[in-house]
Design a protein around this ligand. Sequence first.
Ligand code: SF4
Length: 414
Amino acid sequence: MVDEKKVIRKKIRATSEMGRYMTDYFHELDHASKTGDKKIAWCSSVGPAELLLSMGFLVYYPENQGAMLGSARMATDLIPHANALGYPPETCSYLTSDIGAFVKGETPLKKAFGIENVPKPDVLVFNTNQCRDVKDWLSWYASEFHVPLMGVHTHRNPTDITDTLIQSITKQIEELIEPLEKISGNTFDMDKLKKRVALSRECSDLWKKVLDTAAAVPSPFTFFDGTIQMGPAVVLRGTQQAIDYYNLLLKELEERVENKEAAVEGELYRLYWEGMPVWGRLRAHSELFAGLKACVLASTYCNSWIFTDFDAADPFNSMAKAYTELFIVRSDVVKERYIEKMIDFFKIDGVIYHDSKTCPNNSNNRYGMPQRLEKKTGVPSLVINGDLNDLRCISDEQTQTNIEAFIEQLEENR
Ligand code: SF4
């Protein structure tokens, strides 16, 4: 039997500073919503945020609210309210919990930041690069608030990102300018867009360095830390605040690496997480793995906000490229190559695939990928059943039993 120990979770000092940035971000949105002093765009998490920021919009991300509903464990009770509106339980549980919360007049922003309501949008902007659900989700709000919906339709599952493909996305992003000028009352300014793209690139480079510290043995950082620390990369990319924060965080993690300070005391096993987090079980999962001396230290999910293609000298094409080269939108051939690279870079002993019931887009275990990758790399994997937000899809006992058995298997293989 593997030895399960009581766990002391190591806090990251920089987190309190992140809280300050996030508070300022949400209060600025709340103020704009109440006074109308600035226009507000809602944007899917990997939508064209740089363009919106350059045109003077404050940008709000409903998926961030979805994750907050999950981690506050508010989601499961709210989902049925969206089910009643025609979004059944199989639908993305970010969408259902967020719409359910709206219908019930609830938001996690109240407890976290003293904010009563989500900010009212002036426009809703999507990119279907991650899934169709984001468009459906924002469509619901477009009719609720009577505001325009627009966006980018990305080609699904390409292996090669060809020039033809990029040109089509670039054109779609450029076509957003005219309607956005009308809504914002501002004229598009290329220099402002270049500045935002440069800021996003710098944020992305720093975020990558933060995540890459986990390649050290022992790792100074866990996937569960990453799901919290990624907040600025999602909602503050394109701003100086995100850069300031990641410089601070990186310094702390580099100190940990230098001092060989482990995120999981006595790290014995190094694991990769493929798929969505289970937001309502972050703490439980973090403690479960740490108790088994297993450090889940890297993930496709946290890596999804690394956009190394951003180039301020060529903003439209580089945005099109960055937002199309995403893991989630690519073919299995590309995805498998990517995970193989991660296994090697992070010196991974095992891969956990989360089969998230309401997000087929981010569940990569359903078409033979774990088996193919195991055969190719020799690194074992485990599929756990669950969901990002709907806790009714989870059996905690089953998850624990499966993870313990998997760690035993890793131990036997040593
Ligand atoms: S990628 Fe998955 S979790 Fe994210 S919005 Fe789409 S369906 Fe929902």
